[in-house]
Ligand binder design. Sequence first.
Ligand SMILES: Cc1ncc(COP(=O)(O)O)c(C=O)c1O
Length: 422
Amino acid sequence: MKAPMPGFSRNAEGQACLADAPLTELLAAARTPTPAYLYDVGAISNTMESLTAALGDERHVAAYSVKANGAGSIIRAVASAGAGADVVSGAELEVARACGVQADRIVMSGVGKTDEELDLAISSRILSVQVESVEEIDRVAARARALGTSVRIGLRINPSVLADTHAHIATGHDKAKFGIALDDVGRAWELADAGAPHVEAIGVSTHVGSMLMTPEPYLQSARAVCTVARARRAGGKRLDYVSFGGGYGIDQGERPASPPWEFVREALQLLAQEGLEDLRLVVEPGRSIVGPHGVLVARVVQTKISGGRRWAMVDAGMNDLLRPALYQARHRIEPLDHPPGGREWRVVGPVCETADDFGDHALGDSPPSAVVIRDAGAYGFAMASQYNGRPLPSEVFAAEGRVRSVSRSPGRTGWVHSRLRA
Ligand SMILES: Cc1ncc(COP(=O)(O)O)c(C=O)c1O
């Protein structure tokens, strides 16, 4: 198994580096102003290779969760490393297909898929449409009938497990909107079977939540999937796959996280213990593949010392990186040109919201001209908006010391024109 390269490092001069090059050099080569996301595509691809190696058998699928980061450069890299895709919209499905992900390695989840999205999934012949309610089954069957074809489905169950994570990213407990309650699974199979020949029920899936630091909560929900799978088989019915979802956490400087291949190794062991080793295992990792290998670089545009507090206002805000405002996530923020240490500064963005606040960080006695916000590769650009008339940030894709491609910000005029046309 290839050892994944570190996403972020400091060179001998103390400069912040990614993809084996100082971030300042990558930004200059990309001729890109801040704020800008930079990604180490080589490290992302290595991480996915390690995960597919841990799965061991080509019939298993590491379905990269496109919602974490839908950039074409990243999806093409993980697809070349053997990944399938987990998509939650028609647009994500289109991007995954256009980036070379094989249709029969794509699963689609989502509690409110539109008819158009279902039609696209059905006609693309993806591995499975993972239905999230009993009621959805009839609609999926009707769409397949209307298209004169059949659709493979999986039941996404709600395992009734409360993962130890932020409430907004816990998805597998009984008050969450996701999945089919265990009590309703029998009814769901009946409806799915009644949909034949237009519906082929082939799988069971779940996703218990994100930022799981150890495999235990993952295995707890996976056991619920196995119980449903065994019961289905005991009834003499066909079953091809189980998906245990994604959710592998990353170390953001506060506590260590088990690496993604450890989750996968334990998942395979569980399948064997449950006598289900002949099934195809699908896993749906997002954050653990891209999170550590992306950073957001911002300039300090203003400082203020007042009421005993030192403020550093940067040119990246909650519109560029929403996670701190949405999930109270803490990202390490460090000077770009030297290691962190010394006095703390309260780092905030320019957006007119109190929640546009990245917390206190040791930037030193005098503030640096630019900072790097670490572990921002997942759910960063993917959640960016143009709130406050702010343009989307640029993205720079690097590998082995050089810039591979740049996706430039549409800039201020892009926003102005779009609003004038509205
Ligand atoms: C169904 C499903 N699968 C996979 C994922 C990916 O999770 P993560 O990025 O934490 O691995 C999510 C995230 O919300 C999800 O909802």
